[in-house]
Design a protein around this ligand. Structure first.
Ligand SMILES: Cc1ncc(COP(=O)(O)O)c(C=O)c1O
Length: 367
């Protein structure tokens, strides 16, 4: 008998290497120091936790499918028109939806060589071809991106600041990139770490979205607001893009708990300022300590550092990762990003940072 044909995935799906998140467990440690996923050091606002709990007795109800209160709160906080905001189950979902709307087989999706991995993964899931542009000093290179724009390019994704390098493009460079793109190409600025940046020449993308029909800005509640477990993100976009996203998203894509906690988080300015000040202090402290140990750091403006280790087998990134893990400290290996000689380390609490710096000093000093 002829074997029955098995269901076949669409072309390209089997070429996708699944995204592997940061490690959360270290054998022998009940509460390891978790610095592998760029989660916020101080945890969520107590008001967000209270709002989350308050929803418990109502979870038999569907959430507000338009996330109106949350979009209004975001609009007030950032001075934006709520009608141009679309919320999603993490900004990951919005990346997926943008690609579903704008790119398919035969199309190209452009991103920076060490850009966030979900851009090429989602481009392939949509049937499109991801195209990586080389970087300069681990920083997005506008000219390299522009050199790779073809008549097939549909979207350019820029993480600004970028994960995992921590580097950023100033407002002028971003404007220059936008000005040279054909109006038919969508520029997606992923500003997941915007709230941590403390640079005068930085702009998260709002100004560009306001003056162009082909720019969107993505934001997340997983970083400074520390709500990664709830899955909540948003995009500020031209009305036409919002209309498309609202057509393709599932009607209840953001849970009631995420909406309630999100509103409380956005309105808790004190918690926001504490998280920002904490990061500013410890990012600088930790960067200096690691540099003094002889590690090479990219100048990060986000809530993590990318540290380059020596090539020596006993001192390389893999050895450092294993050394730290065996002491209950979880960091992120960077092989999947083409940076196997680096580890990415999130800024944690004060005592976590002191402990990691001490352990790394021991690692570097050991013969
Ligand atoms: C640049 C960038 N964009 C988007 C995300 C995804 O965020 P979310 O948790 O909102 O899906 C991350 C998470 O690490 C990120 O680093």
């Amino acid at each position: 008998m002829k074997p029955e044909p098995a269901p076949m995935p669409r072309p390209g799906i089997l070429d996708i290497t699944p995204y592997v998140g940061g490690e959360a467990k270290a054998t022998g440690f009940e509460r390891p120091i978790r610095l592998a996923s760029n989660e916020s050091a101080l945890g969520p606002s107590p008001k967000a936790i209270a709002a989350y709990r308050a929803v418990a007795s109502e979870i038999h109800r569907y959430p507000d499918g338009s996330a109106e209160e949350l979009r209004d709160a975001l609009g007030r906080r950032h001075g934006l028109d709520p009608a141009r905001i679309v919320c999603g189950a993490g900004s990951d979902e919005l990346i997926t939806l943008l690609l579903r709307c704008y790119a398919g087989p035969g199309d190209e999706v452009l991103y920076s060589r060490h850009g966030f991995l979900m851009y090429p993964i989602n481009a392939m899931a949509a049937g499109a071809t991801p195209v990586a542009a080389p970087e300069r000093d681990l920083t997005t290179d506008v000219d390299a991106l522009l050199a790779r724009v073809t008549e097939r390019t549909r979207i350019v994704f820029i993480a600004n600041p970028n994960n995992p390098t921590g580097t950023y493009l100033g407002a002028q460079e971003l404007s220059r990139l936008h000005a040279a793109l054909p109006p038919s190409v969508l520029l997606a600025i992923d500003a997941a770490y915007a709230e941590f940046v403390n640079r005068n020449d930085y702009e998260p993308g709002i100004a560009l979205v306001d003056r162009a029909d082909n720019v969107v800005m993505l934001r997340t509640f997983s970083k400074i607001y520390a709500l990664g477990g709830l899955r909540l993100g948003w995009v500020y976009c031209p009305p036409g893009v919002a209309d498309l996203l609202n057509r393709v998203r599932s009607p209840f894509n953001v849970s009631a708990a995420a909406q309630a906690a999100g509103v409380a988080a956005v309105e808790d300015i004190d918690a926001f300022n504490r998280a920002r000040a904490h990061n500013e202090h410890w990012l600088s402290w930790f960067s200096q300590r690691l540099t003094a140990l002889g590690l090479v750091l990219t100048p990060s403006v986000a809530n993590f550092v990318l540290a380059r280790f020596p090539d020596d087998l006993r001192k390389n990134a893999d050895a450092a990762f294993a050394f730290l893990q065996s002491r209950g400290i979880l960091t992120r290996k960077m092989g999947a990003y083409g940076l196997p000689h680096c580890l990415r380390i999130t800024i944690g609490t004060a005592s976590e940072m002191e402990t990691v710096a001490e352990r790394l000093a021991e690692f570097m000093a050991a013969r």
